[in-house]
Design a protein around this ligand. Sequence first.
Ligand SMILES: [Fe+2]
Length: 297
Amino acid sequence: MYVILDKGLFNMKVTHLTESEFGSVVTEIDLLNLSTEDSNIILSLWNERALLIFPDIYLSPKGQDHFARLFGALEFPRTAISNLGKDGIIHQDPADDVVKVIRGNEGWHHDSTYMPIQARGAVFSADIVPKEGGLTGWADMRAAYNAMNVSMKEKVSSLSAYHSYYYSQGRDGYLPNGQNSDGTYNAYGFHDGEACLRPLVKIHPFTKLPNLLLGRHAHDVTGMLANESEEFMDQLNEFACNESRTYFHQWNEGDAVVWDNRRLMHRVTPYNMSKPRRMWHTRIAGDPNTEMAINYR
Ligand SMILES: [Fe+2]
């Protein structure tokens, strides 16, 4: 475990969150001019704490992607997650595809588990913040695994589940408008390959510690009937995301975070969609050696 590091020694101040076993607030740091030593400290800290919060840091568009590359190649560069369109129009109709994506994000999930390679993490920054709601929550799947009894650990260690954006958005009524003749949709995550099979227990590639890999995209657990699987996964997700294992961040404009998507799940809390909210998301690609779905290897 890390101790609080003082400015001067490593050119940053680190304070662990006390609400959870993960998460640290890092201040007094220049993310765009990190020394090799400071970069290594940030990487080690991230692998251990899974969520680093940089209040009031105001990353530039290029700066955000530059900082994200410290953690690996990008799955995709800085992209708006927002109900505010480029034309200035606020998307708020429940039938609007933009609204459906945002509402879907209210459910706990790991990013891109529905893609052949699960995301490693993400840098996320706040640009326009509503007065109420729109918090981002994270849940610690390592702590969730550790909290299970031996027989439950053995059970989940023998199981895998399929992950699909068709499943999660379909179950919640958020599939996009306009389906292609082959059944796919022209939106990220709706690929035409088969659903991605992943073990329910993931060994973290850096710490080598086990954590659960669950979320709203996971369905059809191996060896279970569909309804049995859905009930099992609902109960497992509820247990895993017990509030004792979560932290919710109330954003201020200029805040940025980087989270470990291999270990943490996340979600947004509801907000009034008639009010603008704009976040910027840079997604860090997983390692094909450790984040590739079983059936895509
Ligand atoms: Fe997400």
